[in-house]
Design a protein around this ligand. Sequence first.
Ligand code: F6P
Length: 343
Amino acid sequence: MRVGILTGGGDCPGLNAVIRAAVLAGTQRHSFEFVGFLDGWRGVLDADVVPLDEARVRPLLGIGGTVLGSSRTNPMKDGLEAGVAAVRASLERLGVDAILAIGGEDTLGVATALHEAGVPVVGAPKTIDNDLSATDATFGFDTAVQTAVEACDRLASTGASHHRAMLVEVMGRHAGWIALHTGMAAGAHVTLLPEEPVDLDAVAETVRTVLARGDAPLIVLSEGAPVLGEHAVKDAPTDAFGHVQLGGAGELLDRELQARVPGLSTRLTVLGHLVRGGSPSAADRVLATRFGLSAITALAEGDLGTMAALRGTDVVQVPLGDATKVLRTVPAQRIAESAGLSW
Ligand code: F6P
């Protein structure tokens, strides 16, 4: 079998580890051959491929990003029929029998549509946002949180020296997982998520209380936190999947807090893409490797239209469509767990 691997959507730490595990397992256990499509679905549409063999992938385990490149190209943007036909034509031309699509909701949404149209495809879920249903976790998330926590620890120490409120904005789009875990692990005094309304007066009160006891307030907010009642968006075009670009939540919060707490000194750090880069954590290397192995087993066993998923501590294959049905946001009980306490 000749398998084409692609990585689509926003990159994340661990993508290369999936590629490595898939190629090593596929080659050694099943005599599969591999090519890599460059820049996600763009490489499929343009038949732009590179060879992938054991020597090429062996060094990749700890390397961040994706050696295949990524894009937000949507092959279905001119309609399902045209998209499927274009993908099929390209696979035929390249002699590729099946696709391993490594991606988030958009990439796996395309993979689902292709599967439903009869194209042989399996998937592996990635995203720092950790927002895919059907899997308990996505690789990339653990690394992103670790990076954000390290940044918060550093910001907290300089904040304490200057008796300042330190505001830290993290990615996550419409799911607050990165903010929730970063806030908890960094000991933030306030954590603001997209899933909850923001009570600016309550945040200001916490800031006053923390300052009054001689500490420097640390506030972690998600880029999707509805500071003024809705998500702050950048004045930028939507991508090929119709997503707006979030941005500006931290600035709004900064302004609102200064208006409510006279004399407050604040500093805002928008971590942005910093948490998406770099070498994957050990946990992400393990999860990514297990996902790659599971996807290859699925291909070998003809378990098509499925995606590797973590269920408890087991990696299983689940229907691709399940991953993209609903966005896995932070549930109310996870918010309630740590709410109302003075940290
Ligand atoms: O989905 C991953 C993610 O990093 C989100 O957290 C963020 O909102 C978005 O991608 C940023 O996308 P881009 O890389 O296109 O700026």
